[in-house]
Design a protein. Sequence first.
Length: 120
Amino acid sequence: MPTVDFSIGHKDYTLSCQEGEERLLKRAAAMLDTEARAILDQAGRMPEPRLLLLAGLMLADRTAALEDRAAAAERELARLKANPPRIEVPVVPAAIGEALAELAARAEALAEKAEETLDV
């Protein structure tokens, strides 16, 4: 069984873990150490159990906030899936289409007349 060495709040620890879990244990220990060091920077020395408790509570608070954000995002995604936003494309009224076709025909007639005048 592999062992992992790490430190939390200037104290060294060694823990055994399952094969393949070393990286996860080191990552978790690093997160706990970051919180512990922040506490020590603000409060100075304190008993190890209290330091670990406070660091654990800070991580739990951060985790709870992330869980709340994830739940809100999941609710918003479910809402959007249930009621996808409507995309409306303006439709050109038939009367305007007919008027444009008539203008195009007039323009073509004028162009033909201009060509005839130039050819003469």
